[in-house]
Each structure stands twice: as structure tokens, then as C-alpha cells.
Design a protein around this ligand. Sequence first.
Ligand SMILES: *[C@@H]1O[C@H](CO)[C@@H](O)[C@H](O)[C@H]1NC(C)=O
Ligand SMILES: *[C@@H]1O[C@H](CO)[C@@H](O)[C@H](O)[C@H]1NC(C)=O
Ligand SMILES: *[C@@H]1O[C@H](CO)[C@@H](O)[C@H](O)[C@H]1NC(C)=O
Ligand SMILES: *[C@@H]1O[C@H](CO)[C@@H](O)[C@H](O)[C@H]1NC(C)=O
Ligand SMILES: CC(=O)N[C@H]1CO[C@H](CO)[C@@H](O)[C@@H]1O
Length: 351
Amino acid sequence: MRGVCVFLLACIMPLSVAMPDRQDPFLWLSALHGRGYNEGSLLADTTGGECPDECDCPPSFPIAMYCDGRGLTAMPTVPSRMKYLYLQHNAITALPDSTLANSTNLVWVMLHHNALSTDKIGKRAFAKLQGLERLYLQHNNLTGVPPNLPRSLRDLRLNNNNINKITPEALGGMDNLTILYLHDNALTEMGTSLKGLNSLTLLDVSGNKLKKVPDSLPEHIHQLYLESNAISAVPEGFLSKFSQLQYIRMGHNQLTDKGIPPNTFNVTGLVELDLSFNQLERIPPVSQTLEHLYLQANHIKEFTLGSFCSVVDVINFSKLRTVRLDGNEISTGDVPSDSVLCLRMANTIEV
Ligand SMILES: *[C@@H]1O[C@H](CO)[C@@H](O)[C@H](O)[C@H]1NC(C)=O
Ligand SMILES: *[C@@H]1O[C@H](CO)[C@@H](O)[C@H](O)[C@H]1NC(C)=O
Ligand SMILES: *[C@@H]1O[C@H](CO)[C@@H](O)[C@H](O)[C@H]1NC(C)=O
Ligand SMILES: *[C@@H]1O[C@H](CO)[C@@H](O)[C@H](O)[C@H]1NC(C)=O
Ligand SMILES: CC(=O)N[C@H]1CO[C@H](CO)[C@@H](O)[C@@H]1O
């Protein structure tokens, strides 16, 4: 069984080309660094300003401090000139209030892949960083969102921790927050924590224990990832309030036909809809502008062409390019021959 799932997942991956991946988009900086600054670190330290022994501060970029992957268990001293701090892939367990108290210039703090727990992060550890835009805390041992995060944040990554609760204040007032990664945590609900995130375009809360779609989802959201939760139903008119939603992933949930009000997914603007690995018995009606539809591994018994096209003629046809229906209860013979007219753009129809 497991083998099958892995195989099917592998099939989905190449179709995600339009999605931003989860890699650090600024890898080039570390690459630059990797190409020779290590060797020059002594020189760097005498020309670029003070720098802790365990880190590198390249002379050509003296506002960046590289301490990643050095087996650190505690925070180094951070000179106050620093804007970019790389501390990922260490074993740092604590972040006391004093550590970053003078580092008011920080714009990026990379602390992913460490051993930080929520109770070892000072209540005011980040509070003075009024210009902080990027904070990476994924792959730590957090059980909650650290308190008093700067409202200036644009990109906050908290995925792969053990966060089970988000207070309403935790993210309040983060007007510029654009990317929020909370996937692979232990959330059972989101409460009103997302309220007022007016700039949010990407929300990933997949791999949690959510039983329903979060309330107060920001209206400008562009990508909404809810897969691998325990959602059995979506609210009436759930998608109609979003003007810019293009990608929605709800695979690996417990959705049934009953849990999906009529026309929920028949909204223009949507490019990709993933409802794979659920318990649907029918193909829900989708908009003619949708391009990628994933319905594999459900219990669908009938190929209803009307779900894609209510009218078919020269100008009215579905824009679907990918339709995955494999792992359902239909076979190639169940696909009506006039599908070619409706689904004339499709280059992959898998049944
Ligand atoms: C912060 O600055 C104060 C005053 O300059 C200094 O006493 C203190 O040691 C500094 N703290 C850190 C962590 O650098
Ligand atoms: C994570 O935190 C818990 C307590 O919150 C602790 O018992 C556990 O050892 C920590 N795990 C790691 C890997 O640090
Ligand atoms: C959001 O960004 C704008 C423009 O860069 C800035 O003026 C504003 O202070 C930021 N908001 C917060 C809460 O930091
Ligand atoms: C989708 O909604 C439009 C009106 O908004 C309607 O004309 C069309 O028939 C619906 N599509 C399907 C497949 O039900
Ligand atoms: C159901 C549907 O989409 N019908 C459209 C077919 O094309 C004509 C001309 O563009 C539209 O007016 C209809 O709304």
C-alpha cells in the first residue's frame, strides 16, 4: 500500500512546475560564500570588522555572518552591524533575550535545522529586530510560535516543528507577511490567527491535523496548501471570496461529495485543483478555465463530462490540460467519445 502511494506521489511531482519550491531562493549567496570565503576568513575578520571565531564574515560582504553547519550548540555573539545571519544546520538549543538585543539591523535570520524549543527562546529574543523580513525556524523543536515576532516580517517559516497551537496575537499586525509555512506541525485548528494578514499570498498548512478549512483566510491568497489533514467538508462559497487564488491543494484529506457544496470549485481564476486521495464518488463541477485537476485515488464511479463542460461548441470548452482519475472505479471505456470536444486541450487524461 505504502509503495503505491509513494509511486502516485512521485507522479504528481513533475506537474508542480508552476509552484515555487521550498528551497531557499537565496542559495546563490551561500554558493558565493562556498567558493572561497572560507579560506579567507582570517583576513576577513581583520578587514570586515569583528567576527566570532566560529563564523565567517566575508570582507566583501561584511554585513553577513556565516555560521551554518558548524556543530554550534549555542548562539555566537552577533556584531551589531549584521544584516544577514546564517545559523542553519547546527544544534543550537536556546536563544536568550540578550543574544540579538543589539542586532537591530538584522533583515534575515536563518535558524532552520537546529534544536530550538519554544521555552528556550526568550520572550523578547526577536522583539528589537524592527527591520526583520525573513525568519527561518523550520526543522526545530518548537511547540508554539515564538512570542513578540517583529511585525515587519515578510517570510516566516515554521514548518516541521511540533506546533500545536497558534494564539490569535502570534501573527497579528503582520501587514507585510507574504509567505507563511506551517506545514508538518501538529495543529488541530488555526482559530483567528490568520486574520488581518492582508499581504499573505502563500499559506502552507499541509501535514497537520486540521479538521476544517481555517477561518479568516486572507483574501489575496494565491496558493493555499491544505493537503494531508483531516478535512471532511468545506464551507459554502468557500472559494468565492478569493480574487487571486490560483492553486489549491486538498489531497489526502477525508472529503466526501456531501462535504462539498454545489459549485464550490466552479470558480474562475483557479489554475490547479488537487483533490486526490479523498473519498469523492463524483467529479465535482469545475470551471472551464481550470488547467490541472487531480482526482486520483478517490471512489469515483462515473466520468461525468458535464462536470467539465456545461456547453460545448467552438468557443466553449474546458481549458484542462491535466486530468488524473486513476485509482478510481472507472476505466477507459467509461470516457464518452465526445470528451475530445470538451477536453480538447488535455494532453494527459489518466483513468
Ligand atoms: C549590547 O550593547 C551593550 C552596550 O553597548 C553592551 O553592554 C552589551 O554587551 C551588548 N550585548 C551584546 C549581546 O552584544
Ligand atoms: C524537544 O522538546 C521536548 C520538550 O519540549 C524535549 O523533551 C525533547 O527532548 C526535545 N527534542 C529535541 C530533539 O531537542
Ligand atoms: C511594510 O512595508 C512597508 C513598505 O516597505 C513599510 O513602510 C511598513 O512599515 C511595513 N509594515 C510593517 C508592519 O513593518
Ligand atoms: C459553472 O458556473 C457557470 C456560471 O457561473 C455555469 O454557467 C456553468 O454551467 C458551471 N459549470 C458547471 C460545470 O457546472
Ligand atoms: C456556458 C458557457 O460558458 N457559455 C458561453 C459560450 O460562449 C459564449 C460566447 O463567448 C458565451 O456568451 C457563453 O456564456
